[in-house]
Write a protein that binds this ligand. Structure first.
Ligand code: NAG
Ligand code: NAG
Ligand code: NAG
Length: 494
C-alpha cells in the first residue's frame, strides 16, 4: 500500500523521532478518564478495583481528590491529576500557591508505596474557543510556577506538566495543512517550547463523534475504523478514519511552529451510548472504541507518524456522569464504557480480554418510586394531568432524565412511564428518602423492578460505608465485642 513510498517529511519526522531519546517506544497504552460529576458515586476503592480487575494501568483525573488518590495508593496505576481552570490565575500569580498545590496534591503522594503520579494537567481545555480567551493569559505563568515548585520538590524529572487542549485549537482543509487557530498561535508556540524543554508531551482531546453529531453531511463510516468509502487523500497520505486525520492535523500544526517531533498524548477520546440522536448508540460506541483500541495497540501510527502511535490514549470515559452539563447535548451524561455503577454497557476488549463489571457495589435497597397506578386518571389528560407534569418537570430539574429524551434508552415508554422514571430518578437522588416519593400522593414505592427493555430504572448507591451486608456483620461483631469487653470488665471488678 502507501507504506512503500510515504512522504519524505514523514520519513524525516520518523528519523528525527528515533533520534530523540525522550520519545517513548512505539507501544501505546490505553487508559481511562475518571470523572466524578455524579449524584451516585462508586466508592473510590471499588473503582480502583475495577481498574485493576480490568488491567487498566493509567487513569486521568480532573482534580486531585484526596479520597481518590488515597484509594490509588499502592495500586501502581499511573495517574494524571488535574488542576481546574478556575485555579490557573491564582497559581500563575503566586509561586507560594504553586508550592502549596504541589505539596498538598502531588508530593504528599509520590512516596514509596504511594501514588504513581506521572502528569499534572494544568487546566482542562483552557483554550477552548467558547471560553473566549478567559483562561489563556494564566496558562504559561501557572506552568512556570508549578515547574519551579516541582523542581524544588525534586519531582521535575518524574512528574510532567501538560495542558490538555481541545481539538478546536487547530484546523486545516487537509491534515498536512493543519495550523493552530490564529489567535492561539503565540500562546501555543510558547506552550510547545515549554513542553519540549521539559520533556512533556502535547495533550489533545479528539472527538470524531462531535464531527458526526454536528454535521449531517459528515461521512458516517469515516468516523469509524473499519475502512471507509470516504477516504481522504492528502498528498501521498491516505486517511480512512477521522481520528488519524485529526491527529495528523495537530502533528502538521506542531511541525509548522517548529515542534513536529513533540510526543502527543490523546487525553480524551470516546463515543457516547445515547443522547446524541442517531449518532449515539451502543453499537456505534462499541465499534468506535474497539476500532480505536485495536488501531492504537497495533502500533501502526498515522500517516505523518507511521509506527509511532500516540504515547498514551485515555478513553472518555470510565463511568457515566449524570451531573454533567447537558448544554452541548444530552450525550454528555452517557460517555461511560461502564454505567455509573460500574456495569459494562457493551462488550469491549482493551487488549486484556473482555471487560469485567465492578464488584462489591454498595447499592441502596432494591426499591423504586413510580407513579401510583391507581391514580391513572391523573396522567391521561383528565384534568389532573397538569399536576403530574409539573412534578415530572421539577423531579427532572434536579435528577437526571436524559434517557427519556429523543435518542435516549427510555424514550418511548409512554406518558405514565415518563412520570414513573422521573419520580424514581428523583427518589434515588434523595437516597430513597420516604417523603421524596410523595409527589402530592401520586408516587408509590415498589419492590418490583419497573425497568422496561433497554430502559433501566436505577437503584442508587449508598454512600455509607457500613450498610452492605458484610460491613453490617462486622459492625455488629464490633459492637458486640465492645459490649462483651465492658461486661467482662464490669463483672471482673464487681
Ligand atoms: C490542592 O492543594 C490546594 C492547596 O494548595 C488545595 O486548596 C486544594 O483543595 C487541593 N486539592 C485539589 C483537589 O486541588
Ligand atoms: C447507531 O449509530 C450509527 C452511527 O452513528 C448509525 O449508523 C446507526 O444507524 C445507529 N443504529 C441505530 C440502531 O440507531
Ligand atoms: C415522554 O417524555 C419524552 C421526553 O420529554 C417525550 O419525548 C415523549 O413524547 C413523552 N411521552 C409521552 C407519551 O408523553
Amino acid at each position: 500500500m502507501a507504506g512503500a513510498h510515504f512522504p519524505a517529511a514523514a520519513l524525516f519526522l520518523l528519523l528525527a523521532a528515533a533520534a530523540l531519546r525522550s520519545i517513548p517506544p512505539a507501544s501505546a497504552a490505553v487508559g481511562v478518564n475518571w470523572g466524578t460529576l455524579q449524584s451516585h458515586k462508586l466508592s473510590p476503592p471499588v473503582v480502583v478495583n475495577l481498574l485493576r480487575d480490568n488491567k487498566i494501568g493509567k487513569v486521568k483525573l480532573f482534580d486531585a481528590d484526596p479520597q481518590i488518590l488515597g484509594a490509588l495508593r499502592g495500586s501502581r496505576i499511573e495517574v494524571m491529576v488535574g488542576i481546574p481552570n478556575e485555579m490557573l490565575a491564582a497559581l500563575g500569580s503566586s509561586p507560594a500557591a504553586a508550592d502549596s498545590w504541589v505539596a498538598h496534591n502531588v508530593s504528599r503522594y509520590t512516596v514509596k508505596g504511594g501514588v504513581d503520579i506521572r502528569y499534572v494537567a494544568v487546566g482542562n481545555e483552557p483554550f477552548l474557543a467558547s471560553y473566549q480567551g478567559k483562561y489563556q493569559p494564566f496558562v504559561l505563568p501557572a506552568l512556570a510556577n508549578l515547574q519551579q515548585s516541582l523542581s524544588r520538590a525534586n519531582l521535575a524529572g518524574f512528574v510532567k506538566l501538560v495542558v490538555p487542549c481541545n481539538a478546536d485549537a487547530y484546523e486545516g482543509p487537509t491534515p498536512s495543512q493543519g495550523t493552530f487557530r490564529p489567535e492561539l498561535a503565540p500562546v501555543i508556540s510558547e506552550l510547545a517550547a515549554f513542553l519540549s524543554s521539559n520533556g512533556s508531551p502535547f495533550v489533545v482531546n479528539i472527538y470524531p463523534f462531535l464531527s458526526l453529531y454536528q454535521s449531517a453531511d459528515f461521512p458516517q463510516d469515516y468516523a469509524f475504523f473499519s475502512g471507509s468509502t470516504h477516504s481522504v487523500t492528502d498528498g501521498q497520505s491516505l486517511y480512512s478514519n477521522a481520528f488519524d486525520g485529526n491527529f495528523d492535523t495537530l502533528v502538521a500544526a506542531l511541525a509548522r511552529i517548529g515542534y513536529g517531533q513533540l510526543p502527543v498524548i490523546v487525553g480524551e477520546v470516546g463515543w457516547p451510548t445515547e443522547g446524541g440522536g442517531a449518532a449515539a448508540n451502543l453499537s456505534a460506541a462499541r465499534a468506535f472504541n474497539q476500532g480505536l483500541v485495536n488501531h492504537i495497540l497495533s502500533g501502526k501510527g498515522t500517516p505523518l507518524r507511521p509506527n509511532s502511535p500516540p504515547v498514551d490514549v485515555y478513553l472518555f470515559s470510565l463511568l457515566d456522569e449524570d451531573q454533567k452539563n447537558v448544554l452541548p447535548g444530552n450525550f454528555e451524561r452517557h460517555w461511560g464504557i461502564f454505567s455509573f455503577d460500574g456495569q459494562t454497557k457493551y462488550p469491549l476488549n482493551l487488549g486484556r480480554g473482555k471487560l469485567r463489571n465492578a464488584e462489591k457495589v454498595n447499592y441502596l435497597p432494591a426499591r423504586w418510586c413510580v407513579a401510583d397506578p391507581s391514580k391513572e386518571i391523573l396522567f391521561s389528560g383528565g384534568g389532573g394531568g397538569g399536576g403530574a407534569a409539573a412534578h415530572l418537570e421539577r423531579a427532572c430539574s434536579a435528577a437526571d432524565c436524559t434517557t427519556l429524551l429523543y435518542g435516549g434508552s427510555c424514550n418511548g415508554i409512554g406518558e405514565e412511564g415518563n412520570v414513573s422514571y422521573a419520580f424514581n430518578s428523583f427518589y434515588q437522588l434523595q437516597r430513597q428518602e420516604e417523603k421524596s416519593c410523595d409527589f402530592d400522593g401520586l408516587g408509590i414505592v415498589t419492590f418490583l423492578d419497573p425497568s422496561v427493555g433497554a430502559c433501566r430504572f436505577l437503584v442508587g448507591l449508598s454512600d455509607s460505608s457500613c450498610s452492605c451486608g458484610l460491613c453490617g456483620v462486622f459492625c455488629s461483631i464490633w459492637a458486640m465485642s465492645v459490649w462483651a469487653y465492658f461486661a467482662f470488665r464490669l463483672s471482673g471488678y464487681a
